[in-house]
Structures are given as C-alpha cells and as structure tokens.
Ligand binder design. Structure first.
Ligand code: ADP
Ligand code: MG
Length: 561
C-alpha cells in the first residue's frame, strides 16, 4: 500500500508537471494567437489606409477637375455679366438722355401752357367786356325800336269768312278782302260805305306781316326780346284782336280739333309761346350750367278774376283755383299762392301749358264755347344766380344793375331748398348755393298773353253771363289802353290796378320792360269795324313807344307818314 501510495504520488507529481507544462504551452499559444491577431489587425489597418489614400487621390483629382470647370464657368459668368452690365449702362444712359430731352420739352410746354393761359385770361376778359358791350348795344337797339312796339299780322282769308253776315247787307261781299299789308311796315284798309267812294286808310307799325308770312317769320322778330330777357329785362308779348283774328294761332299755334290744346307735334306751325320757350332754353344752355332756372305759371283772367290753371289739390288733380294779385312792398305785382312749376326744357313746359289750356275748357264757371272770352297769361320766371363780385358787372348799365341789386334776394324756390331736384344740369348744389353769402338771385319775367277777343258785341241783345263777360272784357281792355296811354304821357301815376289784367302785367309793361303788342287782323269786309278798332288800339299803343324814344334822346329813324 505504501509503495503503491508512493508510486501514485509520483505519478501524480508527474501528471502535475505535465499539467504545468501543458498550461505553459497553452499560455504561449494564446500569446501567439494574440500576437497573430494584432499583426492581422495591423495588416488590416494598413490595407484600409491604402484604400483611403487611393480614394483621397481620386477625390482630389475629381475636385481639381470640378474646381477648374467652376473657375472657367465663373470666368464666363463674369464676362457675361460685364457684357450685360455694359449694355444696361448704355440703355440707362440712353434713357437718361431721353428723360432730359423730355424734361426740356416739358418745360417748353409749360411755358407755352402758361402763355396760353395768359392769353386765355386776356381773351376771357375781352370777351366779358364785349359781352357787356353786346348787352348794352342790344338794349339800345331794343330801346331804339321802342320798349313798347306794335306789330300787326293779317291772317289769310279762311273758309269760315264766307259764312253769311248781316242779312240786310246782302249786296256787299263780306268775304271781300279789305285789309292788306302794303309793305312790311304799313297796313292798308279799304273803307267803303254804301253810296260813297271807298277810302284807303293806312296804319304804320314796327312790322306788318302779310297773310303768307309764316310763324317762323313772326318769331324771328320776337327772338331779340328773349336776349333782353336773359340780360335782365322783363318782357311781355301780347296778342290783341277780335275773336277769330288769329291771336291763339299766333301765340300758341293751330288748335287741336275740338280741343283748346294746341298741336305740339307740328313744329313749323308752333306759335310764339312754344318757340319763345325753346329759345329761352337755348339761350340758357349757352350759360354756365346751374346759373339759371325756369318756373312757369299759367293763369286765366276771366270776369276780372284770376284763375290758377296749374293749381293741384291734395290728390294731384288740377282745377282752376281763384287767386288774387297784390302789390308787394317793393312795388312789384305778385300773385300769392300761385303755382309755379319748375321746368327743365321746352317740351316739359309745353305739356304743362297744354294741361292748363285743357282746363280752360272744363272750368266749371266758364260758360263760353270759345275761350276767347278770357285772357290767358303764361308767365316764365327766370331766376339767375349771381355771385356778389360779378353782380355789378353782369349788367353794364348802372341803372339795371342797381335795380336788380335792389330786387335781389336770398330766397330760393322750394324745389331748390329741398334739394329735391332730379336734374343733373344744375351743377352747383343748393346747399352749396346757400352757403355762399355773396350770392344773389335775380328774377326776370316773360309774360305771354293771349287776350280775350276785342270785339264790342252790341250790348242791347246780350244779357246774363254773356253781358257780364263782355263788359268785363271791355273794361279790362280799356284799362290796358289807359295804362299804355298813361305811359305815353309819362304820367306819374299809371293806373295798373284798375283791372286784374293790367295789375298782373304791371312789371312787364312800362319802365324798361319790353312790350310787344301783336295786333291780329281778319282781312274780310265783314270784320272792318273790329279791324279798324284794333288798328286804332295799336296806333295809340305805338305812340307810347315814340314818346319814350323821344324822352331818351335816341335818334329815331323817321318814317314818312
Ligand atoms: P283767335 O284766337 O283770335 O280767336 P284763332 O287763332 O283761333 O283766333 O284763329 C281762328 C282761325 O284762323 C283758326 O282756325 C286758325 O287756325 C286760323 N288762322 C289764324 N291765323 C292764321 C294764319 N296766319 N294762317 C293760317 N290760319 C290762321
Ligand atoms: Mg283764341
């Protein structure tokens, strides 16, 4: 056992030794492996670094190439830029030069414009002066012709002139023509009495129209009065004559069948009233817009009473309302509450007048078949807005200027105050107008009158309403003759207030107002007495004018009588 233990211990020792030896061996080989690893790692590192170098080289090369092309591109670019900037510079230079040239031209234009402005101002001043001169001259011309003048129109013989006259006078031809226009200033009337040789009588007037003369020709002599109207003078045009002598035809135009309205459509046949209105609007259209406006009133004087033919009740229905004429504190005639309609053009006016005329027929108090039993007065009131500084110079004539200054007021028609006007033709707004203190308003009147028939119906056979009518007509027409007579004799008192008719016409008859009496004459033998009466009225009225011209020391062209 012991021996065995020793052997085993020896064997154990040997085995330990061998273990140690193997352990050493294993350690060494581990080292070797580590070394090999390290060597391998180094080799790998080395290998990697050479790829990088290669890559680096390639990149470098590439970069160099890129840089080169970039450089050449930049060079190109800068060259291009230089070229472009050069052309731009040229363009800018050219533009600057152009602007300089334009500036010079502009300066030239400015100088020219200034010169033109100056000459325009001079021309305007001259024009204003000429305008004043024109007004003064026009007024002297009108005054030379007479502030009251009488024209006479002889109408043609008409079929109804043939109707049998007085039965006891059968032997005489009633339709024979006895009144002629000998020339354009002379009326010749053949007066014959049974058993006597006929005597020729002549009458002189400012103008005589023969039976062939048109409405146009008649209006041509009326038109200058309308220039006076816009120059600030009141104007009255009245037709005088017996029924059927052509008063309504001359003043309005031919009447519509069975109707007192007149035919607006027949332009060439239109009478003085529509033509005068057209002319007034034409004259206004030449003035600065907004400086003039026109109102119209239509009244009828019947049995010495005034009826407003444009009055409306609350339902807008028209009926003839009685009005009165009064004298204002300034001594003007005025009809309180009278309807004044603002009109913007001639056709508006004509329709209004026609409406009024139609009422004349249906008027309940009028029992006459033909309206010649009443006087028709159509009034156009023209209001002018005048600014303070111009006011004195608008009317050259000192007197007119003073007169108008006195009349001027600051009141505006309701329509203007309410600013309800729909018209665009009025440039300045009423509000603005009222704000200007220096502004004044001047009214002038155009009165157009179709008088009642002047025939003196034998009073004996006439009774009732017809007698009343006739006596009222006779009274009003003789009041008119009295007024003209008083003016002729330059009497201090002119009896305007003796009748409503003359009171109504007060402002446009006498003074520096212009009156034109249009005598209408029927040429037939049948109407001889009435025609002589009318010619007598005209002759007396005409003396008024001659008296006035003498007073003013105008050279009167003498007419051989
Ligand atoms: P008055 O109003 O004076 O009573 P009117 O104007 O009614 O007279 O005229 C009577 C008639 O004579 C009407 O038929 C009218 O057309 C006609 N007449 C008047 N004057 C002329 C004229 N110058 N040319 C043609 N017809 C006329
Ligand atoms: Mg008539």
């Amino acid at each position: 056992k012991e021996e065995r233990i020793v052997v085993l211990e020896t064997e154990n020792a040997v085995l330990h030794l061998k273990l140690a030896e193997y352990q050493g061996l294993a350690g060494r080989s581990t080292n070797e492996v580590l070394q090999l690893y390290a060597a391998h790692g180094q080799q790998m590192k080395f290998q990697r670094s050479s790829v990088v170098t290669q890559l680096h080289g390639a990149i470098k090369k590439r970069l160099k190439q890129d840089l080169k092309s970039l450089h050449s591109f930049a060079l190109e670019l800068s060259k291009d830029f230089q070229r472009q900037s050069k052309t731009c510079l040229y363009q800018v230079l050219a533009a600057v030069q152009g602007i300089q040239l334009q500036n010079e031209a502009m300066q030239m234009f400015q100088i020219k414009a200034f010169d033109l402005e100056q000459s325009l101002q001079e021309v305007t001043e001259r024009y204003e002066k000429e305008k004043q001169k024109r007004k003064a001259l026009h007024n002297s011309l009108i005054e030379l012709r007479g502030n009251i003048r009488v024209h006479c129109r002889i109408r043609p013989l008409l079929p109804f002139d043939d109707a049998a006259g007085h039965s006891q006078d059968r032997q005489r031809n009633f339709s024979e023509k006895v009144a002629y226009a000998a020339d354009d200033e002379t009326v010749l009337v053949k007066c014959s009495r049974p058993g006597h040789a006929s005597v020729n009588k002549t009458f002189q007037f400012e103008r005589v129209y023969n039976d062939l003369e048109s409405q146009d020709a008649v209006f041509a002599d009326v038109a200058p009065l309308l220039t006076s109207l816009l120059d600030g003078y009141n104007v009255c045009i009245m037709a005088y004559g017996q029924t059927g002598s052509g008063k309504t035809y001359t003043m309005l135009g031919p009447q519509l069948e069975g109707n007192l309205a007149f035919a607006i459509e027949e332009e060439s046949e239109l009478g003085i009233i529509p033509r005068a209105t057209q002319e007034v609007f034409r004259l206004i259209s030449e003035k600065p817009p907004g400086s003039y406006w026109v109102e119209v009133s239509v009244v009828e004087v019947y049995n010495n009473e005034i009826f407003d033919l444009l009055a409306k009740d609350s339902c807008g229905k028209v009926f003839g309302v009685k009005r009165d004429v009064v004298t204002t504190r300034e001594g003007k005639s005025d009809v309180p509450l009278l309807t004044h309609e603002t009109v913007e053009n001639a056709s508006e006016f004509l329709h209004l007048v026609n409406k009024g005329l139609q009422l004349r027929v249906t008027h309940p108090t009028l029992v006459h078949a033909h309206s010649s039993r009443s006087h028709l007065v159509v009034t156009l009131t023209i209001t002018t807005v005048v600014f303070g500084d111009n006011f004195g110079t608008l009317w050259e004539d000192e007197q007119t200027s003073q007169r108008l200054n006195k009349e001027a007021s600051f009141t505006f028609p309701q329509k203007m105050r309410d600013n309800k006007s729909t018209s665009s033709s009025r440039a300045s707004s009423p509000v603005q107008l009222e704000a200007t203190e220096k502004m004044k308003q001047v009214k002038t009147r155009l009165q157009l009158v179709d008088l009642a028939g002047s025939e003196c119906v034998g009073m004996s056979g006439v009774t009732g309403a017809a007698l009343r009518e006739t006596s009222f007509i006779n009274r009003s027409l003789s009041a008119l003759a009295d007024v003209l007579g008083a003016i002729a004799e330059q009497r201090a008192h002119v009896p305007y207030r003796n009748s409503k008719l003359t009171h109504l016409l007060q402002d446009s008859v006498g003074g520096d107002a212009k009156l034109l009496v249009m005598l209408c004459i029927s040429p037939g033998q049948k109407y001889l007495t009435e025609s002589m009466q009318s010619l007598g009225f005209g002759t007396r009225a005409r003396q008024v004018q001659r008296g006035q011209v003498k007073k003013k020391n105008f050279p009167v062209p003498s007419k051989g009588k």
